[in-house]
Design a binder for this molecule. Sequence first.
Ligand SMILES: [Ca+2]
Ligand SMILES: [Ca+2]
Length: 368
Amino acid sequence: MNTGLRHLLIFILAFRFLLPADAQEMWPGDVNNNGIVNGVDLLYLGLAYNSEGPERTNGDTEWQAQPITAFWPQSFPGGLNYAYADGDGDGSIDDDDKDAIEENFSLTHGTVTPDVYANAAPGTAPRIFLEPGATVVQEGAQVSVGISIGDLSMPMNNFYGIAFKLSYDAELLADDDGIEYAGEANSWISAADGEIEELFIPDETTGTAELAVTRTNQQAAPAGSGRIGAFSIIIEDIIVGLSVDTLNIRIDSVLLLDHELGAIPLVPDSAMIIIARDPKAVSATSATDGTQLQLFPNPGKGPFFLRSGQPLSGFSLHDKLGRRIPVAVSQRTPGLYQIRATGAPPGLYFLTGCSPEGCFSKKVLIQP
Ligand SMILES: [Ca+2]
Ligand SMILES: [Ca+2]
């Protein structure tokens, strides 16, 4: 390296350190200033909600670095200033600043410091779970999938806000508005006046969605549990090649915060909805499932056997995360099928298939 170049490099490095990078500027919508706009930013916004401070000169929600005119007297636990929450720069924190999050959702600036989520292992914490209104549906059907937190045996204390991601097979959903969300009116997470802020951003191309819900009164909800809202899902009208398919919906990247930004771990859940073309198959499902089908030994180490009064076909096996597991099925005698899932680790699985009269889904517990 020649001397001139070296001096230039030293000059650039020195100049870089003289500038306090990002310290005096904000990006509208990135409330926690970690480099990306997502559901977690709504949780921070909820905590700062209804605060007032200095306006930002020439401030707006445009996605660009905006100089912070003056810092606010308030800051979040951890020290981040409330100036970052004022997306539109008008000197107050309200739903206009939620618009800044929506407008700039998933955009990034600088180096992103990933948000830290708090997923817990089953049995160690309250659950966040999905409750489909129907487990077998036809093409074109509309299904409601309830979303609940905690239960009577493990209620939730100190709820202030929650953000999480959903993933699903977008090809199985209607193209427009295939998935929507509506909060439960006056649920246990709402404040006395029903006030709550929600953000739901689905992305059809990736089959993912983010939901964030927060209180806005700086007080945690009293201990509670149960339904907070529901997703409305519309199945695609015509699914090419379908006789039976499964729609798996998974929750992950959960962050539930108390009113001091403390993370409370939750156990995430998944749900499965069977889509079948034949209306007769759909209506006969409950009769086929349970009364005429025997799966044994279950739990067991495998192989498993399935006894049925009807010929069966279209078997598939999925794990709890909705991943398809290779399965070998052979008919031993009329109505008796042997099912081998070689190499599947111990755990809970779902076996699906169809008879001429209906489709079924059975839980299979593979033991160590
Ligand atoms: Ca952020
Ligand atoms: Ca504002």
